[in-house]
Design a binder for this molecule. Sequence first.
Ligand SMILES: [Zn+2]
Length: 459
Amino acid sequence: MARESLRIDNARYILTLDQERRIIRDGSILVEDGRIRRVGKAAELAGGHVDRVIDARRLLVTPGFMNGHMHISYAHPVRGIFPEEMASPLNHVFNLQAAMTEEEEYHASLLGIVELLKSGTVCFVDPGSTKFPDACLQAYEDSGIRVIMGECVTDIQAPWNLPKHATGEAVRRTAAFIDKWNGRLDGRLTAWAMPFSPETCTAELLSELKKVVDERRTMLTLHHNSGAQQRKDYQARHGRRPTEYLESLGVVGPNVLLAHVLGIDDAEIDCIARTRTAVAMCPITAAKGGRGVPEHGRMPELLAKGVKIALGADSPNNCNHLDMVRVMNMAAIQYKDARQDTRQIPAEAALEMATLSGAEALGLGDQLGSIEVGKKADFVLFDTERPEWQAMWNPVSNLVYNADGRSVHTVIVDGRVVVDAYRQSFVDEPKLFAKVQEIGEQLQARTGITFPRSRWPIV
Ligand SMILES: [Zn+2]
């Protein structure tokens, strides 16, 4: 179906993320059939018929943001119920998730998508949280977002309530999931293999799943951390470090995305870089969860070795927001503090991870992540007529250090305007918010998983 042609006209700045990283002042972008046809100075692109012109004189344009690890599904209705001093709420997390009905998951996902799109995220990886993809498809379709999904599989009993299958069954389910879903919604939906972690899956399952994604030219993601204790355990059991163990199974490479990767040592960084394995890092989860970024965070070393890194917001009970601008901000500031060195993770590097490198990490770098002729038309238009954007000298610095997702004015995915001057039109927000609050109450009542709401009296 032909899509309307569009000109983003006379933007205050366009952060192209092209090869030269050009920042075009007074720039325009011409979009036809969902693709970028021209990018340049407004004067060069003036005139000619288009279906719609967006006056971007006060707007700053970036590529759409990629969120490389974002558990949608259970969390929005119960966001913030866990006391912050709780060491690990995972047990409760998976019990709540298991208790979700189809209708509840649909509404919770829809709210997650509203939050994602309105803060500029155009594509997210849900690492296997969604239980009812058939029901949630409607939310992906109506909203116009891109989604990367899969079925979470394990074949070793986890300490939590995770879905567990016999090895062969887990492989068959994954293959069937990918065959059913990959490429749907005009290619906006991508399906991957999603084993939970190396600790909850046998070697056989992991290597079989890798074959499934190699054959289908898609990807695999899993949770992966290391650390002194983990290395000791893996050394004793497998004679290798955790990351080297994955390499020994063949579960590395450009179509593997390792999530979190805290605690990896130099040899594991070498292994990731050498095999061109991609990673997704969640800076706010690491900070809020007290994960010890000074000791365990290795983002600068991974970047120095050319590893493709996507940023993630993880779960709304970890991060807890889904605002990629705030995630970029955390990525840029936390390593300066952790290393007591202001040269760590420049604003430009944070923006690259949220856009181009993020897209490359997700295997979508040839289509997304930068504003270049031929790529898909995914953009975020920020409103710079707001106090936090003043004064304007270095737009990348303003974006990463001053702004947040609330100044996202307009969002375009695949050439379609999905957030238009702060408004989306696929769902009635007040109704949805009330519904999700009600779901949260019902979920807590049904599962008995509930905590004192506040340290202070709510009167
Ligand atoms: Zn996760």
